[in-house]
Design a protein around this ligand. Sequence first.
Ligand SMILES: [Zn+2]
Length: 108
Amino acid sequence: MSRQSKVLRHSNDNGLTFWCPGCDGAHAIQHGTGAGPRWGWNGSAEGPTFSPSILVRYPANPDAIEEFKEWRTERVCHSFVTDGRIQFLDDCTHALAGQTVVLPDWED
Ligand SMILES: [Zn+2]
């Protein structure tokens, strides 16, 4: 992957990856033409807007320690990325559900 901007990284097949502070992990979408689901992108690397919403589900970690109880159930992250901000919807299982935050910069 090459560096696209402070908040987006470009990958093969028109992929764009951003860091999700709710999941403390990366999420990727694909835009343009090609196989699989494709998102609309406003073309801005600094203040991206993607549509439709981004829904990520991943398995629980039943071995998570007590302090991370939320990790023991299926993880859901559902968000809209608009003008460089992530709006987390209420069905997210992480602590930022219902909040809107600025897309974080990738660390070098
Ligand atoms: Zn997430």
